[in-house]
Design a protein around this ligand. Structure first.
Ligand SMILES: N[C@@H](CCC[C@H](N)C(=O)O)C(=O)O
Length: 276
């Protein structure tokens, strides 16, 4: 079975061309492929499948074997593969996901994609859409986790995110990541962003649902930028630099919250074949 290994800011994926939807996607297979000692290694798997409405369908599986609705770093890698391998010949493309169709612009040099810009669509702000228990919006509100009161904001980017700007030490951050991921307020669990606002950027550590700590999270960067505008830390309509352990993404939240634009790199690392 042929595969390609990609990363977006160190958030890494095994990609399969699965045009006939026949490559396994069960938890046992996914966990084996993503295992860094016994398999190929990755934070998740991306499957290129056919779609009737878009240029392709991206199926996303987390390293723990669960399926995700969307993946920001993954979709840039996915778009790069579609373009670099001539599967889609246009620099503009549409990719369908469980989180809806995303509109992509790739920037190529000598036929190779260096940067990808994605219209991630409108963020979900009502808790019922994220999904999170309760009513209305959850902006700068308190939640109790690991014996602490944490103030945060819930944002949906197709997948759920809980973003906190609270000043927390490393020990508490390490403790809170997995506890907040499985918090009873989030019926489908959540990704968690721990944010420190600096003068001209936001510094973010991400605990991903189904993948634990990662070097970067594209949807997490978008959710962080949206939360920062909602709590008045950053303006809408301007590029916001999100620093993650693996590098920086540029995020722009439209003034009327009708869309969020994400721009960043994507890299192919190696390709190979694996027996199954
Ligand atoms: N790393 C991704 C998000 C992948 C899915 C996430 N773990 C979830 O379950 O929602 C990104 O770059 O957005």
């Amino acid at each position: 079975m042929k595969f390609w290994k990609y990363h977006g800011l160190g958030n890494d994926f095994v990609l399969f061309e699965d045009f006939k939807s026949e490559i396994p996607a069960d938890p046992e297979f996914v966990r084996y492929i993503c295992d860094r000692h016994f398999g190929i290694g990755g934070d998740g798997i991306l499957y290129i499948r056919k779609d009737v409405e878009a240029d392709a369908y991206m199926k996303i599986m987390n390293s723990d074997g669960s399926e995700a609705e969307m993946c920001g770093n993954g979709i840039r890698c996915f778009a790069k593969h579609l373009y670099d391998f001539g599967i889609v010949k246009s620099e503009k493309m549409r990719i369908n996901t469980l989180g809806g169709i995303k509109y992509i612009d790739v920037k190529a040099e000598n036929g190779i994609v260096k940067e990808v810009s994605v219209n991630m669509g409108a963020p979900y702000l009502e808790v019922k859409d994220i999904p999170m228990n309760g009513n209305g919006r959850f902006i700068n509100k308190k939640i109790t986790a690991a014996g602490m009161e944490i103030t945060g904001t819930a944002v949906g980017m197709g997948n759920p995110h809980f973003v906190t700007f609270q000043d927390l030490n490393d020990e508490n951050i390490l403790k809170l990541g997995p506890v907040l991921e499985k918090h009873e307020m989030f019926p489908r669990k959540t990704n968690v962003e721990f944010v420190t606002a600096k003068e001209d950027y936001l510094d973010v550590k991400v605990y991903e649902r189904g993948a634990a700590w990662t070097n970067a999270c594209g949807t997490g960067a978008c959710a962080t930028a949206v939360a920062a505008t909602l709590v008045g830390i950053c303006p809408t309509g301007k590029d916001i630099a999100i620093h993650l352990p693996g590098g920086t993404l540029s995020i722009n939240v439209k003034n009327d919250y009708s869309s969020v634009q994400m721009t960043g790199p994507a890299e192919m690392v190696f390709e190979g074949e694996i027996n199954w």
